[in-house]
Design a protein. Sequence first.
Length: 193
Amino acid sequence: MSRIGKKPIDLPGGVKVAISGNNISITGPKGTLSMAHAKGVKVTHDSAASMIKVERDSDSAQHRALHGTTRALLNNIVVGVTTGYQKKMEVYGTGYSVAMVGQNVELKVGYSHPIKVPIPTGIKVAVEVPAAKGDETPAKLTVDGIDKQVIGSFCRAIKDARQPEPYKGKGVRYAGEQIRRKAGKAFAGAGGG
């Protein structure tokens, strides 16, 4: 039995669940999200105990894999519609900056042109520090939303604009992310032979 899959998902107050066939729609204070689960997995809503249970049809390898995955995705939806998700990002590098331009995040990260990343619907972006000052003070932005997958792929698109390089650490990274640094070239002393 999947350790994750067999745990029931507790529903906080104010969360409504609608199941029709393979489609599940969950509504909470922050909004509504829905997903379609795969065949071989059964999702039931126990309104008396205020929980969702996920069960699998058989012990085949595919059904075992889908059991835990379906439960984790449903739990992400419940957390998203009740508390939401937030990711903080930092841009390191002299002259690097981040700004909101219409429905895009515009990054100036060392190229001859700014990189524009379109903001998906349902995502809020707040720029706290617009420009990096040297390699110590980064530009900062926060991404908020209810869909964990959309936030993750949007933040990845921002990070792909300029991956952090290992020598000075310049580039876009998640807040708290550690970059494995490399030592620069060591020059030989004068007086060779």
